[in-house]
Design a protein around this ligand. Sequence first.
Ligand code: FMN
Length: 124
Amino acid sequence: MEQEKINHCDTIIFIYPVFWTEAPAKLVGWFDRVWTYGFAYGNRSMKKLDKAYVICIAGRSLSHLQEHGHLQSMKSVMLEDRIFDRAKSKELIVLDSMTKFNEEVRRLNWDKHLHTVYQLGQSL
Ligand SMILES: Cc1cc2nc3c(=O)[nH]c(=O)nc-3n(C[C@H](O)[C@H](O)[C@H](O)COP(=O)(O)O)c2cc1C
């Protein structure tokens, strides 16, 4: 069961493609079913995790997401609401410009993002 698995973890990592500034519906539904009353809120039985990472892949550039307030929305929902104080440290990492509409831009950012994720893996 998901809740038991979480209570045996120190770190949780969410990895997803950004869909309309949110997580895909399947992951949103996962929070509805797993982050339940009595586990994640109310009289909580969820352990406080050491670390939470949100790694999301976006078609847009980071500057576009910043300029339009999308990055702030993503941080508000994922870090301030869903993770909140359920982890001692939390971070949102955006692997940006992974657009299908410009293969060159996508390729240019590919190695940089692989390096970022590799470094994160090494630090865990
Ligand atoms: C339904 C849908 C909604 C999307 N919404 C956004 C969005 O709001 N912001 C963004 O930067 N990218 C958006 N994208 C682009 C995806 O995040 C991008 O295509 C994906 O991360 C690349 O992963 P893939 O190569 O596995 O498709 C959207 C893509 C789809 C299919």
